[in-house]
Design a protein around this ligand. Structure first.
Ligand SMILES: Nc1ncnc2c1ncn2[C@@H]1O[C@H](COP(=O)(O)OP(=O)(O)OP(=O)(O)O)[C@@H](O)[C@H]1O
Ligand SMILES: [Mg+2]
Length: 279
């Protein structure tokens, strides 16, 4: 792949769901168009039910695409593959496995749990702050710790694309802030300083601004692109960045875009995605 801007290509993408009960088809995403660059962290925000999870599950290869392009490294996504890891809102850990065994799970399934794989797991345990909890079981962990295990498990297989669907929304406000900081730290530290390409869905605008290089705003459903907002805040970012005027300015702008989508009857027209993408 020559153009680093186009790690992920989303072009006039339509995704829908068939309802078996009514036998009808309903669009969840209608004409989404944007690109994601290699090592970029993008956040997606948009009204509830607009199609964010549907889009992520299509990226994971779990929901089929109706039409349009959804390409990773120049190839259309047609099904699940080990090069993508998905982290859900609720930590989905195996209750009968220890912390380490949960983190090792993907590597084991891929027959990659050799000395290198074990070393990688040990490194991740440290990185996500779970040292000392290696032999604990999920029932012995707090919500925040469980999500750390979930995150470490997703990173263990060294995925090409990390997909996160509101991973912190079940946590209390303080733990959530802490996890946001942890995630940027892990993301910045992992892979010799180059973060993985990540797509992070959230309802929380400040969370999106804090974490992302760009925030992609979806319209109300079926989702199309409202705007791609560049987050030109320097990295590495610490919690203090949230108090900066620029952070507030960007958050306010995104919030007003999302609010406009929540008003019934109003549908913001697509911005020129190329213009919106140019840095
Ligand atoms: N498996 C499914 N079968 C049928 N319809 C579905 C299915 N999953 C989602 N939908 C519908 O697709 C639309 C988009 O849902 P989706 O879960 O993608 O929204 P969302 O943006 O993630 O919402 P939220 O912010 O509340 O998580 C909704 O109208 C929803 O009812
Ligand atoms: Mg969702």
């Amino acid at each position: 792949m020559n153009n680093p801007r186009r790690k992920l290509v989303v072009d006039d993408l339509r995704i829908g769901h068939w309802s078996r009960r009514s036998g009808s088809f309903a669009l969840a995403c209608d004409g989404l168009t944007f690109d994601v660059a290699e090592n970029e962290f993008v956040a997606i925000v948009g009204p509830s039910g607009c199609g964010k999870t549907t889009f992520l599950t299509a990226l994971a290869g779990l929901t089929p695409v109706e039409s349009g392009r959804l390409e990773l490294n120049g190839e259309q996504i047609t099904g699940p593959a080990p090069d993508r890891s998905l982290v859900f809102q609720q930590a989905s850990l195996f209750p009968w496995r220890t912390v380490v065994a949960n983190i090792e799970f993907g590597l084991k399934a891929q027959r990659r749990l050799d000395a290198k794989g074990k070393a990688r797991v040990a490194e991740l345990v440290e990185l996500v702050g779970l040292a000392g909890k290696e032999e604990s079981y999920p029932r012995e962990l707090s919500g925040g710790m469980s999500q750390r295990v979930n995150l470490a498990r997703a990173l263990a297989t060294d995925p090409d694309l990390l997909l996160l669907d509101e991973p912190f929304s079940a946590l209390d406000a303080q733990t959530r802030e802490l996890m946001q900081e942890e995630l940027t730290r892990v993301w910045q530290a992992d892979g010799a300083g180059t973060g993985k390409t990540a797509v992070f869905v959230t309802h929380d605008v400040p969370e999106a601004v804090f974490l992302a290089d760009r925030v992609i705003v979806f319209s109300r459903g079926p989702a199309h692109l409202v705007e791609v907002v560049e987050v030109d805040l320097p990295r590495p970012r610490g919690a203090g960045v949230k108090r900066s005027p620029r952070f507030q300015e960007i958050s306010d702008h995104i919030l007003s875009l999302v609010m406009s989508q929540n008003q019934p009857g109003r549908r913001t027209e697509d911005h020129d995605s190329n213009a919106a993408l140019s840095r």
